[in-house]
Design a protein around this ligand. Structure first.
Ligand code: PEP
Length: 250
C-alpha cells in the first residue's frame, strides 16, 4: 500500500539537549489524527534517546546511514544490528551528501541497501541528478542509472521495505525548488522505471518522496501531484513549526 510520508533529515545538527527540545516541540504540535507516517532522523548519538522519547507518539526514528558489514574493524562505523538493537528500523541511504562528500558509489549504496534489507530495515533510498545533468538534458538517464545500479538488485519481496526519495541535487539546501511540473514529470518517470523492472503492483505501491528545499509555503503544491507521496525534508525539519506545517500540507 502506498503511504504518505514526511521524513526529516536532521543531518549533523542538534546536540542531545537540542534533540530533546525539538522532539518535545514535535510531540506537542503533532496532529492527533493523521494518515501521514512522520519520521525523524537525528544523529547517531541521539537515536536511542529519540526512540525512548517517542515511544508513545506516532513519530518514527530513522538513521542517516549504516555500514554494509555486519561487524568488525571499521572504526567509526555503525552496523544495522546496532541500529536495530536501539529500536531503529529505518535508514536513509544514498543521500547526495553521502554520495558527494563521502564518495559513496552506486555499488557501495547497493551493498548498504542489501545489508539493511537483510536486517528487515526500511530503506529511504535517495537519488537525483546534479544541475549539469539537467542542463544537458541527461537527468532521466542519471536517475534511471542510480536506481538500476543502487537499488534494482533487490528482490520483488523487498519492495515493501523501500521508500524512494527523489532529490535533485541542485535543489538541496539551496532554496531552489524543482517546479511542481518538474517534480511530477520525474516522479512519473521513476514509477514507470520501477514498473518496467518490477511490474505494476510494486510501482503503484511504492511511496516516492520529493526532497529539495521543501518549505511550508511550497509543500502543498508539490504534494498535490499524483505521483508525489510526501517529502524528505532537510532545513525545514529543524524547526518544529515548519516541519509540522509540511506534515499538515499533505
Ligand atoms: C535533504 O538534505 O534531504 C534536503 C531535502 O534538504 P533541504 O530540504 O534543506 O533542501
Amino acid at each position: 500500500m502506498r503511504k504518505k510520508i514526511v521524513a526529516g533529515n536532521w543531518k549533523m545538527n542538534k546536540n542531545a539537549e537540542q534533540t530533546e527540545d525539538l522532539l518535545n516541540e514535535l510531540i506537542e504540535k503533532m496532529p492527533t489524527e493523521t494518515d501521514v507516517q512522520v519520521i525523524v532522523a537525528p544523529t547517531f548519538v541521539n537515536l536511542a534517546s529519540a526512540v525512548d522519547h517517542l515511544e508513545f507518539i506516532n513519530i518514527d526514528v530513522a538513521a542517516q546511514n549504516v555500514h554494509q558489514a555486519e561487524s568488525g574493524a571499521y572504526t567509526g562505523e555503525i552496523s544495522a544490528d546496532m541500529l536495530k538493537s536501539v529500536g531503529v528500523d529505518i535508514v536513509i541511504l544514498g543521500h547526495s551528501e553521502r554520495r558527494a562528500i563521502f564518495h559513496e558509489t552506486d555499488a557501495l549504496i547497493a551493498s548498504k541497501v542489501n545489508t539493511a534489507l537483510e536486517h528487515d530495515m526500511t530503506v529511504i533510498f535517495c537519488f537525483g541528478e546534479e544541475l549539469k545533468d539537467r542542463q544537458s538534458k541527461n537527468h532521466f538517464n542519471v536517475v534511471e542509472n542510480q536506481l538500476r545500479d543502487g537499488l534494482f538488485q533487490i528482490e520483488a519481496k523487498d519492495w515493501d521495505n523501500i521508500v524512494l526519495a527523489y532529490e535533485p541535487v541542485w535543489a538541496i539546501g539551496t532554496g531552489e525548488t524543482a517546479s511542481p511540473e518538474q517534480v511530477q514529470e520525474m516522479h512519473e518517470f521513476i514509477r514507470e522505471t520501477v514498473r518496467k523492472a518490477f511490474g505494476s503492483d510494486i510501482a503503484e505501491d511504492v511511496s516516492i518522496l520529493y526532497g529539495g528545499s521543501v518549505k511550508p509555503d511550497n509543500a502543498k503544491e508539490i504534494f498535490s501531484n499524483p505521483d508525489v507521496d510526501g517529502g524528505l525534508i532537510g532545513g525545514a525539519a529543524l524547526k518544529s513549526d515548519d516541519f509540522i506545517a509540511i506534515v499538515n500540507a499533505i
